[in-house]
Design a protein around this ligand. Structure first.
Ligand code: NA7
Length: 536
């Protein structure tokens, strides 16, 4: 194989690694291009202090290899960034995947020439392939806000998603963190422990649940390993790809004391399971109010200064309508004498000066290090920056000018033989990612094998894409999710980004069934064209 494999895969994270393994197993020639100098994807880049997965380790991993499941040892309930990276490095070694990647190779353009994809990289190399598979992640395009004066800052600044590999020593420094999403909430307690002073600039107060991280005991690990078939079955049948069964308790019918006890137990257990402790939390506003108010009561009782506690109370969105963070001592951190909370919703950031941050009121906060925990241009962002052009030279940026549109989150009308792992319109970020990734890779591998055997090209039909967009809207509207006006699920965190609810909220199990039905019916949502006609 020269520079013309049958399939090119962009990315070497969870998705890219498994795609290479799966397609190779089918005897299809496949190669991967990765901008980083090694495997890892999101876990290669996100090395900020406190970076940790919010899914529990025993299921934040692949399920495709029973041997891999049994041999890998996780050390904690939630895996930290370094441990997940080691896991992915192990997977790359164990299945000999690195030889199928070109690292330090950033894709800058990918154009369908009527017959093949022609892919150009930043180092001037050209690749061609028949099928192009994007495995670029949903949260890989860093969102650094365009704040006047950043270039004048005399200290150092970093986005959490592009954290220096050598780390950042903040000992005794004046540190500022902008952003209180999952990332900020993980980083803030860790930075506060070594910074001289930490200033947190909060735009939207957030709900957060204690993670209750702890070492994973040998007996717990053995129990999970013995139970994997059942664990995987629950994941496959679930809404979010987590192995939790959502409670059927109707909290509205419970006496207040019992309800409180139920929430207390879920709070003590911690983690994203809190969301599964009551039924209808994302669909019934009255149930959600109870959960939201319970969390607010915990914030009030944890934070000693009532004014600070008041500022930390989330009031503008129902619980879990923005991605719910989980934390270790997040609210407790505001009891430290070296931590200041600044409400930049009330007094917005006006500019960055050589010495720090100046607010609209004129108040200044001196800083040596500024941390942007400001999230990502989610889901569509990583695809749009690849320079993709489809049939007749149409740019993906133009096709998606009004918002990302796909069929099943897997393909885009007008872009033949392009398949998008966990693309916009798939459950992706609403689920445990490895579960969604494996489902997508398996489905795409089957489709590629089908096309290859029949010498066909495929792209979604505009009708199927439109129907899917409507279904994605309906699925979101059946929940409280669209009520969070500032959510990145809607693209609201990136100025100018079209407001389209991007992930599919209808549930993983239901989605998987629809994908299977599409394949079983011979891919009716795709226009399948014989190669001869496509290249004529
Ligand atoms: P998020 O969840 O998008 O959080 C970003 C935070 O940064 C959030 O609090 C934003 O406030 C804030 N933000 C963004 N831009 C600005 C500006 N211009 N000024 C002030 N504050 C700003 O990203 P994360 O990295 O925390 O998490 C992403 C996902 O990674 C996470 O959900 C997990 O799935 C893993 P806002 O809420 O928009 O008002």
């Amino acid at each position: 194989m020269g520079n013309d494999p049958e399939v090119l895969v962009i990315g070497a994270g969870f998705a890219g690694l498994y795609t290479i393994h799966r397609l190779r197993g089918l005897g299809i020639s496949v190669h991967g291009l990765e901008a980083a100098d090694d495997v890892g994807g999101t876990w290669y880049w996100n090395r900020y202090p406190g970076a940790r997965c919010d899914s529990e380790s025993y299921y934040y991993c692949y399920s495709f290899s029973r041997e891999l499941e049994q041999e890998w040892e996780w050390s904690e309930r939630y895996p930290g960034q370094a441990e997940i990276l080691s896991y992915l490095e192990h997977v790359a070694d164990r299945f000999d995947l690195r030889r199928s990647f070109s690292f330090s190779t950033r894709v800058v353009a990918a154009e369908w020439d009527g017959d093949r994809w022609v892919v150009d990289t930043a180092d001037g190399t050209r690749w061609t392939c028949r099928w192009l598979v994007t495995a670029v992640g949903c949260l890989s395009s860093a969102n650094v806000p365009d704040i006047p004066g950043l270039e004048s800052f005399a200290g150092t600044w970093h986005h959490t998603g592009q954290w220096p590999h050598e780390g950042v020593d903040v000992t005794g420094q004046r540190v500022g963190v902008l952003g209180t999403g999952s990332t900020g909430i993980q980083a803030i307690p860790v930075l506060a422990a070594s910074a001289g002073h930490l200033t947190v600039f909060q735009r939207t107060a957030n709900f957060s649940i204690p993670a209750r991280n702890a070492p994973l005991s040998a007996s717990e690990a053995a129990g999970y390993k013995a139970d994997y078939p059942a664990i995987r079955a629950v994941q496959q049948a679930s809404t979010n790809g987590h192995p939790f069964v959502v409670s059927d308790v109707d909290t509205l019918a419970l006496p207040a004391g019992e309800r409180r006890d139920l929430f207390e137990r879920a709070w003590e257990r911690g983690g994203l399971r809190f969301r599964a402790a009551v039924r209808e939390v994302l669909t019934d506003p009255a149930v959600n109010d109870q959960a939201s108010e319970f969390i607010r009561s915990k914030i009030r009782s944890t934070v000693r200064d009532p004014e600070v506690a008041e500022t930390l109370l989330p009031r503008d969105h129902p619980f879990a309508t923005k991605r719910p963070p989980i934390d270790t001592e997040y609210f407790e951190t505001y009891n430290r004498s070296n931590v200041t909370l600044v409400d930049v919703r009330a007094d917005p950031v006006a500019e960055i000066t050589p010495d720090g941050v100046r607010l609209a009121s004129g108040a200044e906060h001196g800083l040596d290090v500024l941390v942007f925990a400001t999230g990502f241009d989610a889901l569509s962002g990583p695809l749009l920056r690849l320079g993709i052009r489809g049939r007749d030279g149409v740019a993906l940026t133009d096709a998606w000018a009004e918002g990302a549109a796909t069929y099943l989150g897997l393909g885009v009308a007008g872009f033949p033989n392009l398949f998008t792992i966990t693309g916009p319109g798939s459950p992706s970020v609403l689920t445990n990612m490895p579960t969604s990734i494996e489902q997508h890779v398996d489905w795409i591998a089957d489709l590629v094998a089908h096309l290859r055997a029949r010498d066909l090209d495929a792209e979604p039909t505009p009708q199927a894409q439109e129907r899917w967009a409507e279904h994605v809207r309906e699925a979101a509207d059946a929940t409280l999710l669209p009520q969070a006006a500032s959510s990145w699920y809607l693209g609201a965190n990136v100025p100018g980004k079209p407001r389209v609810f991007l992930p599919y909220a209808g549930g993983f199990a239901r989605y998987r069934e629809m994908c299977d039905a599409e394949a079983d019916a011979g891919y009716p949502g795709f226009a399948l064209r014989e190669r001869r006609r496509a290249s004529a």
